[in-house]
Write a protein that binds this ligand. Structure first.
Ligand code: ZN
Length: 657
């Protein structure tokens, strides 16, 4: 465990609050200490209130902030004396506690304080740091965990038995701390949960955290439980696209909404899923309540979704026989799937969620490996894990954040996505919550966005092997396909039929027609398994209803594509796949139109550029964004009962009308 404190770097942080920010970020940088919003920190500061009185204020991490990226605004100022008074109450329900925290802040715009705020307040130190360090939870979740923790730390820490986070935990910590602390005490270990350190300066408190966690790491090394590797996997990998798509469909059906499923098959995951004791070690639940909330209950082993759901329902009935209010929240879908051939699959309502689940579980795999090497992994009893999973406060958070964008959990593929209408479609679909795969010949497609819900693939779709390869990538990354936007196409410069070479004709037909037919054919099995039904949007052209001279190959290819879409609407209705076409015209913010071409075309018609752009019935300009919004809408609920339709998006064209 490295101490990342840097004297020079720390100079940029002046004052108590700024230094609190600095060392919080140092903790956040080390993934063996905290992951994804886990852990929390605080500082106590004397401040003058509006009456001129000096009050002690606890600045504690606000919920929704990640330590790695926290700023001063991410800390919630709460009156410290009031928190200490609360800690003396015999009972306080969690929702009441949150109400008291929020109503005793000194800045109304601050985030909701961490539920561990009272715990920070009762510790009599200026700076308090709290993490769920892997090595500490590894040891406390192993055989004789408590004795080992005592052996490692002696008088350095006060040990707190497991209690669910919230008011009761704060109360027990206050009591134990008063009884058990000594002048040697520099921290507190919460069994099956995590560790606290404290000090009079930010540097001291942070340094003690690193020291304490370092002792746990040294202990694991000493016991030969640090560099633990599983035997490499020899299992043959026979997973197909349809296996993954089918699995995602089943899980989405169980959850009641579409889910993203991501597959991880690196050596680390495959060797773990091939352990002979997988069923025993992996079926005990996570090592800290912090992980329970994201990864939920137990992983599914193998891929029998039905058996998993049955087992989950029994578990639910056993632990919450009376908790009727929880029944509405019952979601028996797994979040982690472990299988010899499949590797690790993570499931989430968004791609980001699925990635967080995977990262948390990768840490859990290391914790399990090391705890097993120490003699055995012993996680919390099922009842405790259940209580955290269905914790009032977490449920309240879920309800609050419950309204996700329309296409959350769904996956869209857009062709010709590096520029113009295709690029706008990517933007619009991302904004509506879908995970989007952008495909283009232009390699810059791969760098269009750097986010979990975007995958850019540069490839030539006229290569027959390319499409299968793309779909394999899509199935492994997101688990399936719900929407297909056929946008890629070429518009060669004007050429009359008598001068059109068969090569040029063939090339336009290949790109505008043949590629789309192949894509539709290969995507069909995936679209058929889309939880809410598959959708295809064809970006057609005004030239379908109203062709122009000099564009024979283009007009013929788009007309043939249009007819193909209509037949697909007839054939695939039974599979709940909808296919609709858009006919844009005069969309000038695409790479086809440069300023010079615009000027020369406008001049040709004796118009100004502005008049030329708005040369339609409504005298309005049509942008890529307009077309993209309509394409997305066609995948949404407004068009749920429409298939085989063709819609112009051209500001009104007298030849089309
Ligand atoms: Zn915690």
């Amino acid at each position: 465990m490295n101490n990342l404190w840097d004297d020079e770097e720390s100079q940029q942080f002046v004052g108590d609050a700024a230094l609190r920010v600095y060392t919080s970020r140092l903790l956040g940088r080390d993934k063996a200490l905290v992951l994804h919003g886990g852990g929390n920190t605080s500082v106590k500061v004397a401040e003058e209130n509006i009456f001129g009185e000096i009050e002690e204020i606890l600045y504690v991490k606000g919920s929704g902030w990640d330590l790695e990226k926290i700023e001063e605004a991410g800390f919630s100022p709460v009156k410290c004396d009031y928190l200490r008074q609360l800690a003396a109450l015999p009972t306080l329900s969690d929702p009441q506690m949150v109400n008291e925290l929020v109503t005793h802040m000194t800045r109304s715009s601050a985030p909701v304080p961490s539920v561990e705020a009272i715990l920070h307040a009762i510790l009599p130190y200026k700076y308090v740091d709290h993490t769920h360090a892997d090595s500490v939870v590894t040891i406390s979740n192993s055989v004789d965990g408590e004795a080992r923790i005592r052996e490692i730390y002696g008088n350095l820490v006060v040990i707190i038995p497991y209690v669910m986070p919230g008011f009761d935990l704060a109360r027990i910590c206050a009591k134990r701390f008063a009884e058990d602390s000594s002048s040697d005490t520099i921290g507190m270990v919460l069994l099956n949960h995590g560790i606290f350190s404290f000090g009079t300066t930010a540097k001291e408190s942070y340094g003690r955290m690193i020291h304490l966690v370092g002792l746990a790491e040294e202990y694991l090394q000493l016991k030969r439980a640090w560099n633990v590797k599983d035997k490499p996997s020899t299992a043959p990998c026979k997973i197909t696209i349809s296996d993954l798509t089918g699995l995602r469909r089943e899980i989405s059906d169980v959850a009641g909404y579409p889910m993203i499923l991501s597959r991880h098959v690196d050596k680390n995951c495959l060797s773990f899923t091939n352990r002979s004791d997988l069923a025993t070690v992996a079926r005990q639940g996570p090592a800290t309540p912090d992980h329970v909330i994201r990864t939920k209950r137990l992983p599914m082993i193998g891929y029998n979704v039905r058996a998993y759901v049955e087992e989950y329902k029994e578990y639910f009935a056993e632990h919450a026989p009376l908790a009727k209010e929880h029944k509405s929240m019952l979601d028996p879908a797994p979040r982690v799937i472990l299988d010899k051939a499949l590797g690790l699959c993570s499931v989430g309502r968004t791609a980001k969620d699925a990635d967080i689940v995977a990262e948390l579980y990768k840490h859990t795999m290391d914790i399990i490996r090391r705890a097993t090497a120490l003699g055995g992994y012993h996680a919390l009893p099922a009842k405790d894990i259940f209580d955290v999973e269905y914790w009032d406060l977490e449920q309240a958070k879920l309800k609050k954040g419950g309204k996700l964008p329309d296409f959350s959990g769904e996956i869209a593929l857009v062709t010709g996505a590096a520029s113009g209408i295709g690029k706008s479609c990517v933007e619009v679909l991302l904004a509506r919550g879908a995970a989007v795969v952008g495909v283009d010949l232009n390699p810059k497609i791969e760098l269009l966005y750097k986010r979990a819900d975007y995958l850019g693939i540069a490839c030539d779709l006229t290569d027959p092997a390319a499409i299968q390869k793309i779909l394999e990538q899509v199935a492994n990354r997101y688990g399936g396909l719900d929407m297909l936007v056929l946008n890629a196409g070429v518009f060669p410069s004007g050429c009359r039929i008598e001068s059109l070479s068969s090569n040029d004709w063939r090339q336009v037909m290949t790109i505008n027609l043949d590629v789309n037919q192949s894509l539709m054919k290969e995507c069909y099995p995936l679209l058929k398994l889309a939880p809410r039904g598959g959708r295809i949007v064809v970006i057609g052209s005004k030239n379908v209803p109203a062709p122009g001279p000099g564009a024979a190959a283009y007009s013929a290819s788009k007309a043939a594509l249009n007819q193909l879409a209509r037949v697909a609407a007839l054939e695939w209705g039974d599979d709940n796949i909808r296919i609709n076409s858009l006919h844009p015209n005069a969309v000038f913010d695409t790479s086809l139109w440069t300023e010079e071409i615009l000027i020369s075309r406008a001049k040709h018609y004796g118009l100004s550029v502005d008049e030329y752009k708005k040369n339609n019935v409504l005298k309005t300009e049509v942008s890529s964004r307009d077309v993209a919004e309509l394409a997305a809408e066609m995948c949404g609920s407004l068009f749920a009962k429409t298939t085989g339709a063709q819609l112009p998006v051209d500001g009104g064209n007298d030849r089309v009308i």
